[in-house]
Ligand binder design. Structure first.
Ligand code: NI
Length: 264
C-alpha cells in the first residue's frame, strides 16, 4: 500500500456515500479542472486505542509529518494536522473528542464503541474506513446530540473521512473562494452559513467554505433514520510575508466548519 492508495480508498468510500461530493467533483471536472485536495479530515475519540496518536501513525508510516495542533475549548476537541513532502499530497487533519470532559454516560458510550472494534483493526489502516463496529441506538444518538454534535456523529458513523477539501488555489477558473461559492449555489448546493459562507480572511491566510452535510439513511436499533453525514469543503490559501502559502489551519474557522454536520 501507499498513502495514495489509502487516500483513494477513503475518497471512494466517501464519494460513494456522499452524492453531493461526487456531483460537485464531477462539476469541477466538467469545467476542465483537475481537482486537488487541500486536506482530508478524520474524527475520533481520545481513547488511547484510537486517538490522534494512533490514527496518525498510519500516515506517519507513509512519510507524513506532524505540523500544527489546535484546541477547540467550547466543543471540547483537540486536533493535529500532518503533511507529506509530496506537494500534491493533501494535508491530513485529525481531531479527537476529549471524552473525559463530558458526562459519565457519554464516556461510557464512547468506551463501548471502541470496545466493539475488532482488535485486529487497531493495527490496520482499514480501521480508518471501517465505519461503526457497533449497532447504534437512535435514542442514544439523540441524547448524545444534547451534549456534543461531534460525539453523536462519531456514534452514528464511526470511522470514515468526515470531509475532503478542494484546493481552490489549484483551480484554474476560480480565482476567489466567493466564485466557488457562487458556482455551487447556482448549481443548487446549500452552503454552511455558520459564521458566514466564508470562514477566515486573507489576513488569516486561509479562507474556507463548505456545503451542508448530505443526509443519509442510517440503520439504528430502532429502525432507519435520515441524519446529516458528510460535507465537502473548499479552501483558499494566501501567502505569508515570506511569500510561501500558509499551510496551517485557523481554529476559529475550523470551529464553525465542524458545524456543517450539525443536525439543527
Ligand atoms: Ni476541513
Amino acid at each position: 500500500m501507499s498513502y495514495k492508495q489509502l487516500l483513494d480508498h477513503l475518497w471512494s468510500d466517501y464519494s460513494d456515500r456522499n452524492p453531493q461530493a461526487k456531483k460537485i467533483h464531477q462539476l469541477f471536472l466538467s469545467q476542465g479542472e483537475a481537482v486537488q485536495n487541500d486536506h482530508i479530515a478524520l474524527r475520533t475519540f481520545n481513547d488511547p486505542r484510537v486517538n490522534i496518536e494512533k490514527l496518525s501513525q498510519f500516515f506517519l508510516d507513509y512519510g507524513f509529518e506532524e505540523k500544527g495542533e489546535y484546541h477547540f475549548t467550547e466543543k471540547k476537541l483537540f486536533a493535529k494536522h500532518f503533511e507529506h513532502q509530496d506537494p500534491l499530497a493533501p494535508r491530513v487533519f485529525i481531531s479527537e473528542l476529549l471524552t473525559e470532559q463530558f458526562s459519565p454516560r457519554l464516556q461510557k458510550t464512547a468506551k463501548e464503541c471502541v470496545d466493539s472494534i475488532p482488535t485486529l483493526l487497531f493495527s490496520s489502516e482499514t480501521l480508518l474506513s471501517s465505519g461503526a463496529s457497533w449497532m447504534p441506538s437512535y435514542s442514544t444518538y439523540k441524547s448524545l446530540l444534547q451534549e456534543s454534535e461531534y460525539a453523536a456523529w462519531m456514534y452514528a458513523f464511526g470511522y470514515c473521512a468526515n470531509h475532503f477539501t478542494v484546493n481552490v488555489n489549484a483551480l484554474k477558473g476560480f480565482g476567489q473562494l466567493q466564485e466557488v461559492n457562487d458556482f455551487l449555489e447556482k448549481n443548487g448546493f446549500a452552503l454552511n452559513l455558520s459564521g458566514g459562507s466564508i470562514k477566515g480572511t486573507p489576513d488569516e491566510y486561509l479562507e474556507q467554505s463548505s456545503t451542508l452535510a448530505d443526509k443519509i439513511d442510517v440503520l439504528f436499533k430502532e429502525g432507519t433514520y435520515r441524519i446529516p453525514f458528510c460535507y465537502y469543503e473548499f479552501a483558499k490559501r494566501y501567502p505569508l510575508p515570506n511569500g510561501k502559502l500558509y499551510s496551517g489551519f485557523v481554529a476559529t474557522s475550523a470551529d464553525k466548519i465542524f458545524e456543517s454536520t450539525n443536525s439543527r
